[in-house]
Design a binder for this molecule. Sequence first.
Ligand SMILES: Cc1ncc(C[n+]2csc(CCOP(=O)(O)OP(=O)(O)O)c2C)c(N)n1
Length: 428
Amino acid sequence: MLDSRHRANHADHALAAQDVRAAVLELRIPEPAARAGQPVDFSKLKLSAPGAVRRPAVAAVADSMHDLAYGLIRVLDDNGAAIGPWVPELPSAALAAGLRSMLRTRAFDDRMYRAQRQGKASFYVKCTGEEAIAVSQALALENTDMLFPSYRQQGLLIARGYPILKMMGQVYSNTLDPLKGRQMPVMYSSREHGFFSVSGNLGTQFIQAVGWAMASALSGDSRIAASWIGEGTTAEGDFHYALTFASVYRAPVILNVVNNQWAISSFQGIAGGEAAPFAARGIGYGLPALRVDGNDFLAVYAVTRWAAARARANLGATLIEHVTYRSEGHSTSDDPSRYRAADEASKWPLGDPIERLKRHLIARGEWSEARHEALQNEVKQEIRALQREAEASGTLEANTTHSPKTMFEDVYKDMDWRLQRQRQEAGF
Ligand SMILES: Cc1ncc(C[n+]2csc(CCOP(=O)(O)OP(=O)(O)O)c2C)c(N)n1
C-alpha cells in the first residue's frame, strides 16, 4: 500500500511517455549536494513540522503506518516548546540527567580527541551532534535491556553509569583498560552494563541483537534488545538478514539506523538514501518503521518508548531511522574538509541536540543560561580530572601497556596446549 506522500513523489518523477527514449546507457553515480568549497544545500532533506506526525496506537498493525517512514517525528519546536502527539511523559529530573549525560559525553569526546592528536592514543571516534540518540534511548530503555551498539554510541555507556575512567583507560590502552589493550580504543564492552562488545566489522551487531532478542523470547525472559548502525551500514547484507529474522520471528528488538548523512567520505545517497528514506526499508519487511528527528531528545525518547512497549507486548521489532548530522570527522583518521562543505554542521536544519534540550528546559522555567554554563564547567572539570587520573596509569607514548604475555590469557577457560607453546616461544 502506498501512502499519499509516496504516490505524490512518484507522480512528480514520472516521465511523460513521449520523453522515454532508448539512449546510450549511462551509469548514475550519486553525488552529494555540496562538496568542499561549495555552498551548503540541505534542500532535499525532507522535514516535517514539529508536532505534525501522528502517533499510532502501540498495538497498531505495521501495514497501517507506512506514512511514518516518510515523515519526521519531531516534538521540540524552535522555541523549545514540546508539541504534538509524541510529547513524552518525562519528569524534569530525567531531562536534567539526560542533559548532564550529553554534556559529559561531549566533554569526554573532546578530551580524548585532543589526547589522540597529542600522540597519547592511537585512535578515537567522536559522536558530536549525535549525543541525544544514545543518551535518550538509554533513558527510555530499562537498564537490564541488552544494547548492541556501533562505535558511536558511547553515550549509552555514560548514561548507564559506566566509569569514564575505564573508558579512558581503554582509549590509552593502559593498565586501567578492562580489555587489556586487546580491543581498539573505542570498542568498549561491559556485561554488567548490558553493553555488547563493539565490533569493527560494520553491521554484525544487528544480527547479534536479533538473535539475542529471539533467545530472550524463546526462554520466556522479559528483556528486550536494541541495536544501532549507521546509514552507510544499511548497504551491508547483515542489515537485511537482521530485518528478515526480526520480522519473521517477531523478535523483541529495536533496530536503529543512525543517519548522520555521512559514512566516512560517502554521503548517504551512496547507501540509497536519495531514492527512499532508510526507515522505508522496514516496510518491505512488514516492520513498523519510524523516521525521527535524532537531535530532538524528547522525540527520540518517545519513539523508543513506543517501540519498546511493542516489543514487550510480543508485537515484535521496530525499525527507527534517526535523522542527524555527524558534526565532526568520522574518526581521527580522516579530514572532512576534503570531502564536504566546511559549514554543513553549523547549517544543519535540525540544530544541536544539547542546545535544543537546554532551550526546552529554559522554556519550561527549569533552567537558565547561567546554570547551563555552570554545569558545563563542572562537567569539563570532572572530565579533566579523570583524564589526569587516567594518564597517571599510562598513555600510548608513555608505553605502560599490558605485558604481551597477557594476550595468551582469557582466550579459553583452560589454556590450549598450542597457546601454551606459543607463549613459551614468545619467551613468557
Ligand atoms: C564490513 C566493513 N566494511 C567496511 C568497513 C570500513 N568502515 C569503517 S566505518 C565505515 C563507515 C560507516 O558509516 P556509517 O554506517 O554511516 O556509520 P557512521 O560511521 O557514520 O556512524 C566504513 C566504511 C568496516 N569497518 N567494516
